[in-house]
Design a protein around this ligand. Structure first.
Ligand code: NI
Length: 191
């Protein structure tokens, strides 16, 4: 396994929509090895998720994991999840304001409206289908990662650019109000 280079905003590769993977390619050593590298790179960078486009891979694959993450201590846990060819459908018109950051957008955070509930369909790394609903803050994490596979970054979805801040000004001025909103959300949905 190896830690891959994560590219930053401005790299054209981040803007190229990823391609669906053929099911017969999922078990190959190349793809399984890539998935191992994606997980190792995500954990090394302490990300809550990492998409293939962020490491210049053209495949529609992303990894998500939240476990005591120091970047996002208020996030409810999400066990390690690999999504291949994921699609997301909003289950409600209701949106919540998510303060997002991204490993490919160093030291910037901003508020992005996200659906509070989604239906997620994908394949896992064994090629088995995933079809589930995700609600609450965790739904925002899935939407952020799947956006990457369409060449979309969170900054594209920031409506109020006055919400943009660094990680340190987030801590200083925005964290407290956001954590209050997160607690209201997680107490409603448990995730
Ligand atoms: Ni990101």
């Amino acid at each position: 396994m190896s830690v891959l280079d994560i590219v930053n905003i401005g790299d054209p590769f981040l803007r190229i929509p990823a391609r669906d993977l053929r099911e017969e390619d999922i078990p190959t050593p190349i793809i399984q090895g890539f998935i191992d590298d994606l997980i190792e790179t995500m954990r090394h960078a302490r990300g809550a998720g990492l998409a293939a486009t962020q490491v210049r891979s053209p495949h529609r694959i992303c990894a998500i994991e939240v476990a005591d993450n120091p970047r996002y201590p208020y996030k409810p846990p999400i066990p390690l999840t690999i999504l291949i060819n994921p699609t997301i459908e909003a289950l409600t018109e209701e949106r919540f304001d998510n303060y997002e950051g991204c490993l490919s957008v160093p030291n910037l955070r901003g508020v992005v409206p996200r659906a509070v509930g989604i239906r997620l369909r994908a394949l896992d790394r064994a090629g088995a289908p995933i079809d589930r609903e995700v609600w609450g803050l965790s739904a925002g994490t899935y939407q952020h990662e799947c956006d990457h596979l369409d060449g979309t970054l969170f900054v594209d979805r920031v409506i109020d650019t006055k919400s943009l801040c660094t990680w340190s000004t987030f801590e200083q001025y925005h964290r407290s109000a956001f954590v209050d909103r997160v607690e209201a959300l997680t107490s409603r949905f448990g995730s």
